[in-house]
Design a binder for this molecule. Structure first.
Ligand code: HEC
Ligand code: HEC
Length: 455
């Protein structure tokens, strides 16, 4: 399927249908007015209902993305229009209206038929991919470092980059990080130049002690800081433990963020990193994926130049990382993030990435620390009463909905750090990832969150 877009043609047809339904309504009212003996109340209600229905269905089409749009269009909308045509026909028959259908209607039928045929045809054609992602499964054979780094890029940014949409892959990194010089969100280091820094970081005095000393185990990740031999074997680089390298630093940064917390980017006086361990849920990258991400980070600042990359290619590593080659070749990362609301709440929340930034009672593993803990049952009423609150919500559910769809409406104060939480960090495009039903379900759940008993 094409990227996470609206299907332009079908959106267009949906709008045309709505216009058509309104036209039918107006024209039938006119006919009722012009002729005696027609039950104007009855037909007005019938066609009015169709017009409103068509309008609502068109609006609904806008909340869906491509595949769901087609599904909705063919399962519901099209039939509603067919029924409308039949009712309209019976209106003419029952009222013995001889007047021929006006040319505009014939034109409309012709146009719709042609469009439908065309749409059917284009959807039947094999869809073209904008950017074929190298799949892990495809890595069994010869892979160049360029392809491997490209795989890392796709894990970070996703295979599709659609104009006007932030591009985020399964690694979720761009949720927090920026990658271009000068582009800073504020709460997370810009990853431009990370390859250069990585060689210096391991030599810093801070590295030896911050906040976990070399040789200590980080409880969250289970990794022993700075010890090549004690990084789980499958994630280890293959070239031996000669000395701390830049690669070790980058690997630790993503697998054990608290092993070294970049100054001013940590919580609790830089003793804890708010970054998720990327080999654990919700991100859960495999070992080959971690290496690909590192290969990308090591080479991204020098386009076309891969000499700085030290991670092994999947086929070079004596079977050590090879085991993962067939591990994960799902299509997941090709699809836009979208939840319909039929998933259970835990899956929904993990898919959307909320746990990366929020600690959410009742959601396993949701320990994010970049945003407020979600205790909305008690927080929301407080926020609304805050004199600085300028949003539109009047109750908890409205506040939660507003926070999800328009996070900038109110920026929460971080009492622990004595400053506002960063505005603009929480993504503003969740409305595009949620069906109407899903947003209701999410709001219901988040509105009920409260501190766990006993804390
Ligand atoms: C929830 C937000 C978040 C996500 C998602 C995230 N990070 Fe981070 N990352 C941070 C924060 C905050 C820091 C700084 C604290 C620290 O050093 O751990 C950081 C630090 C880093 C560093 C060290 C940077 C330096 O200048 O030394 C690297 C490398 C890094 N992240 C890579 C990644 C990659 C790769 C991904 C995606 C697979 C990712 N991060 C996903 C928040 C995040
Ligand atoms: C990249 C990090 C990030 C992600 C991902 C994220 N948020 Fe947030 N969220 C924040 C930050 C930072 C704030 C505080 C700043 C503000 O109020 O805008 C916040 C604020 C909120 C608030 C208001 C909390 C309060 O106590 O007033 C709610 C509710 C919320 N987020 C829900 C969600 C939900 C639900 C998701 C997933 C669909 C989500 N967030 C994903 C960072 C994030």
């Amino acid at each position: 399927m094409l990227p996470e877009q609206h299907d332009i043609l079908f959106t267009f047809i949906a709008i045309a249908f709505a216009v058509f339904a309104i036209y039918v309504f107006i024209s039938s009212i006119q006919i009722c007015r012009e002729r005696e003996g027609i039950n104007i109340g009855f037909w007005g209600t019938v066609f009015g209902a169709f017009a409103i229905g068509a309008f609502l269905m068109t609006a609904h089409m806008f909340t869906l993305i491509q595949a769901d749009q087609l599904q909705f269009f063919f399962s519901t909308y099209l039939w509603a229009i067919v029924v409308l045509l039949m009712v309209w026909g019976s209106f003419y028959k029952s009222n013995k209206i001889e007047s021929q259908s006006p040319p505009i209607i014939r034109g409309f039928f012709f146009w719709t038929t042609v469009s439908l045929l065309l749409a059917g045809y284009t959807n039947w054609l094999p869809q073209q991919r904008s950017d074929p992602p190298p799949k892990e499964a495809a890595l069994v054979g010869d892979v160049t470092m360029e392809e491997f780094a490209e795989m890392g890029r796709i894990i970070i940014f996703g295979a599709k980059q659609v104009a006007g949409q932030p591009s985020i892959g399964k690694g979720q990194c761009p949720l927090c990080h920026t990658f271009d010089p000068g582009d800073n969100i504020g709460r997370c280091p810009n990853l431009f130049g990370v390859e250069n820094r990585s060689h210096d970081r391991v030599k810093e005095d801070r590295y030896a002690t911050s906040p976990i000393a070399i040789g200590e185990t980080d409880p969250a990740s289970g990794i022993v800081k700075g010890k090549y031999d004690e990084i789980p074997e499958e994630y280890r680089r293959q070239n031996g433990p000669d000395e701390f390298t830049g690669e070790d630093y980058i690997r630790e940064s993503v697998m054990c963020p608290t092993c070294y917390v970049v100054e001013k980017f940590g919580n609790d006086g830089d003793t804890k990193s708010p970054m998720p361990v990327i080999v654990k849920p919700p991100v859960s990258l495999s070992r080959v994926e971690v290496n690909a991400v590192i290969a990308y980070l090591q080479s991204k600042d020098t386009p076309g130049e891969f000499a700085t990359v030290t991670v092994p290619l999947p086929q070079d590593d004596a079977g050590n990382t090879g085991g993962a080659v067939a591990e994960d070749s799902s299509d997941d990362e090709d699809k836009p993030v979208f939840v319909t609301g039929t998933e259970d709440i835990q899956t929904m929340i993990n898919t959307l990435g909320c746990p990366l930034c929020h600690t959410i009672p009742g959601v396993e593993g949701a320990m994010g620390m970049l945003g407020p803990e979600l205790h909305e049952k008690i927080n929301a009423p407080k926020r609304i009463k805050d004199p600085n609150y300028k949003g539109k919500a009047t109750n908890t559910k409205e506040y939660v909905r507003e926070s999800i769809l328009n996070p900038g409406a109110y920026v929460v104060f971080n009492e622990a750090e004595g400053e506002l939480f960063p505005d603009g960090l929480m993504p503003t495009d969740f409305s595009q990832m949620l069906s109407v039903h899903a947003i209701d379900k999410l709001v219901d759940f988040i509105s009920q969150t409260e501190p766990p008993a006993g804390s």
